[in-house]
Design a protein around this ligand. Sequence first.
Ligand code: AMP
Length: 213
Amino acid sequence: MYLILFGAPGVGKGTQAKLISKKNGIPQISTGDMLREAVKNQTELGKKAGEIMKRGELVPDEIMLGLIKERINNQDCANGFILDGFPRTIAQAQGLDKLMTALNLPAFKCIEIEVPDKDIIKRLVSRRLCENCGSDFNLITNPPPENMICPKCGGTIYQRKDDNEETISNRLKVYKAQTAPLKKYYRNKGDFFTVSGSKPVEEVQKEIAAILD
Ligand code: AMP
């Protein structure tokens, strides 16, 4: 299965990608997670990406395509993978197409998750994540334990630096200007589906499973 989960920040791509990954035994490739790891480890990439991410802008296409190329050549991607947060520009989508053709891999199925902007902002400012297993919490709908220790793995629960109102509004602007045009790109290729991300996680999961089956 070769799947792109598409949609604005905070619509639930990561949550759904983890569920699909577990069910189908194929990896979730989150470029945001890869970049945050690089920032944490202060690698050359991390030093470059950190400031860009804090502003809610996009890391240059060549860097992102280099990262993806290396990642999808990994053995664990041999039976497919789920892209979460990539591609985010037309240039990235075109570069990805070239990579897939060179590797003799089939076309992607693309599933868009849609949530109104006002709900996205509410979700993101109250989002908290486990730095170890990535489990997500929400101060209002799914509060983390008071000690901020993840009940699943014992990791520390934190707030992402870019989950503040100012950066979120920039991330949404960037999404509309640079990423939303990809809808047309993938719609034209066929195999493009939209689900509402406003429903409970399990319902969204069922809808996505129905599309994938
Ligand atoms: P995410 O975790 O997907 O919300 O991504 C967090 C941040 O990482 C974004 O706001 C961008 O700064 C950067 N980023 C993640 N994926 C990409 C990508 N495909 N292209 C450019 N920048 C990205």
